[in-house]
Design a protein around this ligand. Sequence first.
Ligand SMILES: N[C@@H](CCC(=O)N[C@@H](CS)C(=O)NCC(=O)O)C(=O)O
Length: 207
Amino acid sequence: MDLYFAPLSCSLATRIALYESGQSAGFHQVTLSTKRTASGADYLAINPKGQVPALVCDDGEILTEGSAVLQYVADRAPDSGLAPPAGAFDRYRLQQWLNYIAAEVHKQVFYTLFSPAVPAEAKTFAREVALPARFDHLSAHLKDRAYLVGDHFTVADAYLVTALNWTAPAGVDLKRWPVLADWHAVQLKRPAVARAVGEEFALRAAA
Ligand SMILES: N[C@@H](CCC(=O)N[C@@H](CS)C(=O)NCC(=O)O)C(=O)O
């Protein structure tokens, strides 16, 4: 497998899943502004959407969209518990959370806050209305739970850790949501998460 990623972007969740499950992969850094890989190759030839993550599977198939990529990685290592088995009700819970983080948190909140193309009024809405509603919802769910789904770490948690990393650069004080701040701090101490985040921080600093 080969993962195309940009440091500390949403593709970090897939690196976390690979490390959590002990799977090896090649890692190829993409410069999103130029759509070039570190070797100078045209990333649009891998993913015409120009977005990370993209996973080139061992049979040459190219998989995109983080929620699909994460489930693919999890299903290749079923003993990791990173995704409940297909058909189990918790698999739908997993997809519920992956979709929520992708659509409601990643795109509606953080894309809006980070993108220079988004008008100021939309950013104000994202910061003052959308983000608090979504963080309140996540806090209520995680108040009495260690993980989003079931009783162990799944790829939904990998995605949420990744999204909560964006609060500091977005100027959002996560301490306003103590449940989320504590949950995030605990997840960052997981060896696979610490390794993935540390490596991508170093790559971002070097870029
Ligand atoms: N729908 C895609 C969105 C992925 C996405 O937004 N990736 C960002 C990085 S977090 C990206 O590649 N942005 C560059 C761009 O949109 O041109 C998914 O869920 O994987």
